[in-house]
Design a protein around this ligand. Structure first.
Ligand code: FE2
Length: 176
């Protein structure tokens, strides 16, 4: 049994606040991709879906005169760091196992390398899955952040994904 469901995470006011900012539709789509990839790879679909759902909650609004300032964003962005921290805090608050919260936070931290120094990191399967799930839902010009999904539709999707995770084929070979 899981201590914390996707529904617990998704409906929390902190998640709602930051998911509205970076795009609910993108977050939900990534969670489904991550679930699918995790089941295929034999790692925990619960951790993968949670990390993918929350991967962009660290975004800051880089606006200049009411317009998205891509250059400012590119130079100053640390959304993966902030997202990892926010997700960890939220998950612990909801009662997530500390080890699971750490794995989810690390996968969020490493879902993009745009802010990291050059070089290859040795990423585990969970971390690769969250990055891949994000890329599968990416649209040119950052359009995936602006795709709309109404709240009722999002809740339905999250509920469906929770059921899929609860029914997922166990044993999972490893959590990450
Ligand atoms: Fe993303």
């Amino acid at each position: 049994m899981r201590n914390v469901t996707l529904m617990d995470v998704f409906t929390h006011p902190i998640a709602q606040k930051y998911l509205q900012r970076s795009g609910v539709a993108h977050a939900v789509a990534c969670a489904f991709h991550a679930y699918r990839l995790a089941v295929k790879a034999g790692v925990s679909p619960d951790l993968a879906a949670k990390a993918a759902l929350l991967h962009d909650i660290g975004h800051y609004e880089w606006y200049t005169d009411g317009k998205w300032d891509y250059e400012k964003y590119r130079r100053n962005d640390i959304h993966a760091i902030k997202g990892a921290e926010r997700a960890h805090k939220l998950l612990i608050r909801l009662g997530e196992e500390p080890k699971a919260a750490k794995e989810i936070a690390l996968a969020i931290l490493l879902h993009t390398d745009s802010y990291l120094p050059e070089g290859e990191l040795d990423k585990n399967t969970l971390q690769q899955i969250v990055k891949q799930a994000d890329e599968l839902d990416e649209e040119p010009g950052g359009h995936h952040h602006y795709r709309q999904m109404d709240h009722t539709a999002a809740l339905k999707q999250i509920q469906k994904l929770d059921q899929l995770i609860d029914q997922a084929q166990y044993p999972i070979r490893s959590s990450v």
